[in-house]
Write a protein that binds this ligand. Structure first.
Ligand SMILES: [Cu+2]
Length: 164
């Protein structure tokens, strides 16, 4: 019996890497869900230098926007994860980011109701080579700020979406 247990344990261990490898498949599924006829599509990349490739994005107001975030970096997620969080108008980005950086169990997405309400849309936290798509509609024209909520990133990783 002891031997069987040992064998099962070894089997479980050998399965672990496979389940880790399966993880990058998840964004594809999320992308499929986001496929509902977007009127406008934009791709943003992020990297190991803590930078989004776009600091300003213009989108049509009142239309369905599909935004894809691609992490083109190589550093592991635990040290250099990235997400894209779009905040509602009038949100204090710095104050929101300070709360987000303490929310490690939820991949740096704050859990307080008020902080969740400040979000228009957000991708999941991406490791190297991963991507995720979100769709959203901004009804009211104007400027909306976005950021990466991984601790310490928002100083560099932020920008502005202008809905026209
Ligand atoms: Cu980041």
């Amino acid at each position: 019996m002891k031997q069987l247990t040992t064998t099962l344990f070894a089997a479980a261990l050998s399965l672990a890497p496979a389940s880790l490898l399966a993880e990058p498949a998840a964004p594809a599924a999320a992308e499929k869900k986001a496929e509902k006829k977007a009127d406008f599509e934009v791709t943003v990349t992020c990297n190991d230098q803590m930078q989004f490739d776009k600091k300003a994005i213009e989108v049509p107001a009142g239309k369905v926007v599909k935004l894809t975030l691609k992490n083109v970096g190589k550093v592991p997620k635990i040290a250099m994860g990235h997400n894209f969080v779009l905040l509602k108008k009038g949100t204090d980005l710095t104050a929101w980011a300070m709360k987000a950086m303490t929310a490690k169990p939820t991949d740096y997405m704050p859990t307080a109701e008020a902080d969740k309400k400040a979000i228009i849309a957000h991708t999941k936290l991406l490791g190297p080579g991963e991507e995720d798509s979100i769709t959203f509609t901004i009804k009211e024209a104007g400027d909306y700020e976005y950021l990466c909520s991984f601790p310490g990133h928002f100083a560099l990783m932020k920008g502005k979406i202008t809905a026209k």
